[in-house]
Design a protein around this ligand. Structure first.
Ligand SMILES: Cc1cc2nc3c(=O)[nH]c(=O)nc-3n(C[C@H](O)[C@H](O)[C@H](O)COP(=O)(O)OP(=O)(O)OC[C@H]3O[C@@H](n4cnc5c(N)ncnc54)[C@H](O)[C@@H]3O)c2cc1C
Length: 327
């Protein structure tokens, strides 16, 4: 069986950056992605605009030209797709990695289609697959979603948005502007402080003027077909409801990491163990890249500050190879 220098699991922006860097440095690599190119971005809201300006999302200084300073989702899809196609990156799409096992010094990577051997592996699987659930009765109803796409769907409907961070606030504002009757259910006493500084006044003003109803210090207790039961400062209340957008964040697939032997911190953060100088985990030859490095702190790493992981990892692999060939 062919032996790769490097297999990269996940074809998000950071997995792609790793593939491009490996290609530039002459490594025999393969990216394996379970969906289309930059699958997570493909599933972001259709009208979404990045908080970063386009040059901060660039890989390897390849210019990212967008109409406004901060690009839209479709412009990012265009950019990352062109990087893959123009550079003819080695990528297998719609192939899911199920298991990674290390036997002697070789990684055996099993997917739903094939088995591969590699000397090194990079895990760049992001966090967007697993939503943080509300864990309340009724969450399985078809009216409940943990992903938001387009406001048109919710027009003239009673929509409850659960959450207080960027995704929840963006969805609440956009849907209200397209004619939804929006309630915002916030677990804490106020709109989150990490909400973009140019959006926070907008949501606060819409709440203050009564256009959007905010329920602070409130949690969802039960979801029924036409109602929501909330638990707040005045006790239990029931509101009329057609749809629920539970935008309460996402988490990395910790089981997947642990099954490969990666150690996680015992606290709530569940930080994976790695050396920040090389991005190598506690398993030799197994590297971590991108947002996955933050464990439950999914806001800590993003494209802007983790695109550098690609160069660090490829450099570490090259150094390792040169040490091995010297001995
Ligand atoms: C609404 C929103 C707005 C954002 N705006 C910005 C911004 O302005 N600036 C910024 O820097 N960041 C932003 N981010 C964060 C940024 O998108 C993520 O940090 C970034 O996508 C991380 O890249 P990644 O490659 O590490 O992970 P991802 O983009 O999540 O890529 C991981 C990939 O791995 C694949 N995968 C997962 N499991 C497997 C498997 N078992 N086998 C094969 N493939 C697998 C997934 O399909 C996915 O394509 C935003 C995020 C959201 C949700």
């Amino acid at each position: 069986m062919k032996m790769y220098d490097l297999i990269i699991i996940g074809g998000g922006p950071i997995g792609i950056a790793c593939g491009l860097e490996a290609q530039k440095k002459g490594l025999d690599y393969l990216i394996i992605e379970k969906g289309p190119i930059v699958n997570s971005l493909f599933h972001y809201p259709s009208n979404m605009q990045f908080f970063s300006s386009s040059e901060k999302l660039e890989i390897d200084e390849i210019p990212f030209i967008s109409k406004e300073a901060k690009p839209k989702r479709d412009e990012a899809l265009e950019y990352y797709r062109r990087i893959v196609t123009s550079n003819k990156l080695a990528i297998h799409l719609f192939e899911k990695v199920a298991r990674v096992e290390k036997q002697a010094e070789i990684f055996i990577i099993e997917t739903d289609k094939n088995t591969y051997n590699a000397l090194n592996t990079v895990v760049a699987t992001g966090f967007y697959d697993l939503p943080n659930k509300l864990n309340v009765p009724g969450e399985e109803l078809p009216k409940v979603s943990h992903y938001y796409d387009n406001p048109h769907f919710y027009a003239s409907q009673k929509l409850a948005v659960v959450g207080a961070s960027n995704s929840a606030v963006d969805a609440a504002l956009e849907c209200w502007r397209k004619g939804s009757e929006v309630s915002l259910i916030i677990r804490g006493p106020e709109v989150g402080h990490r909400v973009k500084y140019w959006v926070r006044p907008d949501i606060i003003n819409r709440i203050d003027e009564g256009s959007i109803t905010a329920y602070y210090d409130t949690t969802v207790k039960k979801i029924r077909n036409e109602e929501l039961v909330l638990n707040g400062p005045k006790g239990e209340i029931t509101i009329e409801n057609d749809f629920v957008l539970a935008l309460t964040g996402y988490r990395p697939n910790f089981d997947f990491l642990e099954a490969m032997g990666i150690k996680l911190s015992n606290d709530d953060k569940r930080l994976p163990q790695y050396n920040p100088d090389t991005m190598e985990s506690n398993v030799n030859g197994l590297y971590l890249a991108g947002v996955i490095c933050g464990g439950m702190e999914t806001h800590k790493w993003f494209i802007e500050n983790s695109r550098i992981h690609a160069k660090i990892i490829v450099q570490a692999i090259l150094q390792r190879q040169s040490i091995q060939s010297d001995t």
